[in-house]
Design a protein around this ligand. Sequence first.
Ligand code: CTP
Length: 390
Amino acid sequence: MKKILLCITGSIAAYKSADLASKLVSKGYDVHVIMTRNSTKFITPMVFETLTKNRVYIELFQDDEYTHLTHISSAQEADLILVAPATYNIIGKMACGIADDLLSSILAAASPDKVIMAPAMNVNMYNNQALTDNIEILKNRGASFIVPDEGMLACGDVGKGRMRNIPSILESVNAFFCEKLLLGKNILITAGATREYLDPIRFISNSSSGLMGLSIAKACRNMGAEVTLILANSHLNTDTIKESINIVDVCTVREMYEATIANYKEADIVFAAAAVSDYKPKNYSEQKIKKADDTLILEMERNIDILFELGKTKTHQKLIGFAAESENLLENALKKLERKNLDMIIANGLSNFGSKSGGVTIISRDNITNIPEQDKETLAYEILKAVIKE
Ligand code: CTP
């Protein structure tokens, strides 16, 4: 069980850390909370003791017990020290080497590369050059920072300074613990459903949500890769990943093709998870099509096959396609593997489309692996394990 030292400092955002503690516990982490004296003015230690089932420590000398030494060892035993919220003051203290209370002493004893800070403060404090310098100093020593959100601050000012939302903080924790098996790799992913317009407001598309591609993108990022995600018309929230993943928004197949080609040369692995329109309307009407006869015949023409084009010009890249099949899953998937010159194809039934979970069959030239139905975030890691093993 991974041990997290969750450190709370004196910001109004401290109340949000109760939710953070609860979510970390439910994800299976062993959470121990350290609070500064000021933070207890915003939220009581009892909240965290109840949520984590562990004693909360605040003072160097607590209940006549000299907690300094025990907690220096617990700083060393912790797998991660997460300071959320992190005030201007604690960042300054850690950067300048000040240890005048329990938390700053723990930070002084900890290796900076296992410290993640989620700053929360007034926008003017956040923009203060002293803070910028202190963050730079700490980053150079190995600590990580979770950039705050922008918005209305407790003091009434508007700007950057709200502690980052809890899902984003949880993602940073996930990324921290993920084995960096893809470090140094460049990964290119297509995802979502392309659109082909008939007129300015009508289009041909499909029900792919983009979740499989997005989950693969996050898992690759967490494993240390540089990730480019070519994303078509997805309604999924990408706020939590846009700083760490290069997202290129596209609409049509042509746009997806151009964005993919532009990033292809540098890619080591390509996942083509997008559901691409095989045909597009032969004629585009600049004006809205008016209704006329009882039937309307739409003439369509073949679209470019992005993955086929990538297969033709493949050099060092590992190409991984997806096959959505309603019948003869294995046979059809194998044909696509050959025709598109792929290294692997991930076959799935149509029920995975637009769904939060799914099961897949991973087919390479030598192996066939069945992965049972599970949520797509977990499935993404299973797929990556198979790709890395190949
Ligand atoms: N693909 C693509 N460009 C297309 C069509 C498909 O890049 N114009 C990619 C998809 O992203 C997927 C793989 O090719 O990785 C297979 O897609 P799929 O729709 O299952 O197969 P098709 O090649 O379109 O064949 P069919 O429609 O006949 O099943």
